[in-house]
Design a protein around this ligand. Structure first.
Ligand SMILES: Cc1cc2nc3c(=O)[nH]c(=O)nc-3n(C[C@H](O)[C@H](O)[C@H](O)COP(=O)(O)O)c2cc1C
Ligand code: SF4
Length: 448
């Protein structure tokens, strides 16, 4: 049974900013220690350690990191690039910003080691437009690293390496890796059709790996403890630790570093983590991995359909597929109590996806707007029972028919809400209930 994370296994030792985020503080926590030793071991040694660790991308899809790096060409006349995705815009996710603010040297050092492993002499960190303080903290760390000759040309590690911070303009779609690359190149952030994948033709048509902040920040601690040791933390193919952004109707919202494998029930109800549902209310539902993953009602988030305790792992959360399961995603864990209106919550998410759709593909461009309009009818008290079927029909025509997964991100929450809470839609339609959404009108006025 996985218990509370032992301090010695923590990757993020300054998650809450209690200590110095600068170079001195980072060194006192073990950063920049033995970096040259690891570099001297060679490119493939680092890739193999990361492979052995079982680390999976922390940006949402959970793709094995070492494997992704091994797709990069070893002898290619074009320059290679590492791009770090610090766009963190998924509703419910707020973990990367804590690394940027409080432990940016973990990211800077990780970027050097990961770039070296992939034979890249340059790395770009793409920071979400709204992250002003985070950008400043990251830039301070980059400047300190240059000044101490930890990075840059002729640095003490013997691998020329330039690190650039790029500040986005605040579009969710720029978190999608190919839209991010377009934006970095100075163009509109429109996702590209894949293939070619970034490892073949990424930034400026050159071999590129895009990784999440948390993924790259974990690299140095992993090579320091050794890939095999890291793999002992966690369960099965969900190795290591994961930052979970816990929000919603819980007593202790916050970002928690957990050992993968903690039972969901323990995560929600124990005092070490969320501390239970606030005001003594009952749990109604959870969105476990950020707004784009399927919502699950209490009985399915605490236990799988087979009756086994649901665990905080990639496998356990997705057990049962989307009929009875969900995804760990980026770890944006949104908890809803018994008073929550699932329809109103879905409207909030759907409105977001409509607003953020880049508009390149018709199913997403038209479908997201249509979903928002139909859901608004439920909130206005003008929906008919047949509108539930209509919503189902619209979402089913988006999945798998778009250039990028934003289409699915918009469709899955609708499908899951109807699958598990159809009675709420029908009740609203039958009783012509009105749901107060006046705050949206106020928001619209502020925006205008
Ligand atoms: C619409 C959309 C938004 C995304 N936003 C982010 C994001 O903000 N941060 C992130 O790391 N990955 C995001 N991703 C996933 C990236 O495309 C990519 O898979 C990830 O950065 C790879 O890093 P990893 O392998 O370390 O997880 C998003 C994907 C989609 C489809
Ligand atoms: S799915 Fe949506 S966001 Fe993605 S490329 Fe198509 S229109 Fe743009």
């Amino acid at each position: 049974m996985i218990e509370m994370l032992h301090d010695r296994d923590r990757i993020f030792r300054n998650l809450y900013g209690f200590h110095d985020a600068g170079l001195k503080g980072a060194i006192s926590r073990g950063a920049w220690d033995g970096t040259k030793f690891f570099i001297d071991k060679g490119h493939d040694w680092i890739i193999n350690e990361v492979k052995a660790s079982g680390l999976r991308g922390r940006g949402g899809a959970g793709f094995p990191t070492g494997l992704k790096w091994s797709f990069m060409p070893k002898a290619d006349p074009r320059p290679s690039y590492l791009v770090v995705n610090a766009d963190e815009s998924e509703p419910g996710s707020c973990k990367d910003r804590e690394i940027l603010r409080h432990d940016p040297h973990l990211l800077v050092e990780g970027a050097l080691l990961a770039s070296f492993a992939m034979r890249a002499h340059a790395c770009y960190i793409y920071v979400r437009g709204e992250f002003i303080r985070e950008r400043e903290a990251l830039q301070r760390a980059i400047d300190e690293a240059y000044e101490a000759r930890l990075i840059g040309k002729n640095n003490v590690h013997g691998w020329d390496f330039d690190l650039y911070m790029h500040h986005g303009a605040g579009a969710y779609i720029c978190g999608e890796e190919t839209a991010l690359l377009e934006s970095l190149e100075g163009k509109r952030g429109n996702p590209r059709i894949k293939p070619p994948f970034p490892a073949v033709a990424g930034l400026w048509g050159c071999p590129t790996v895009v990784n999440n902040v948390e993924t790259i920040a974990a690299v140095c601690p992993i090579v320091m403890m050794g890939g095999e040791e890291y793999a002992k933390i966690g369960i099965g193919k969900s190795t290591g630790t994961k930052l979970i952004s816990a929000s919603g109707h819980i007593n202790k919202p916050g970002v928690y570093e957990i050992e993968l494998g903690v039972p969901v029930e323990e995560f929600i109800f124990s005092d070490e983590y969320c501390g239970g549902i606030r005001n003594g209310k009952k749990l109604k539902a959870v969105v476990a991995g950020g707004s784009s993953v399927p919502i699950l009602p209490t009985e399915l988030i605490l236990k799988t359909a087979k009756g086994e305790p649901r665990l905080m792992t990639y496998e356990s959360l997705s057990d049962g597929g989307f009929q009875t399961g969900t995804m760990l995603g980026s770890g944006g864990f949104i908890v809803m109590d018994e008073d929550t209106s699932i329809v109103k919550n879905l409207f909030t998410f759907s409105r977001f996806y409509h607003h953020e759709s880049c508009g390149q593909c018709s199913p997403c461009r038209e479908g997201t707007g249509w979903i928002e309009k139909v859901l608004k009818k439920f909130l206005d008290g003008t929906a008919k029972e047949s509108d539930v079927e209509l919503l189902w029909d619209i979402q089913s025509k988006i999945e798998g028919k778009t250039i990028c997964p934003l289409g699915e991100a918009a469709a899955w929450p609708v499908a899951a809400a109807i699958r598990h809470f159809k009675h709420e839609f029908l009740e609203i339609a039958r009783n012509k209930k009105f749901v107060d959404i006046s705050h949206y009108d106020r928001l619209n006025k502020i925006r205008a």
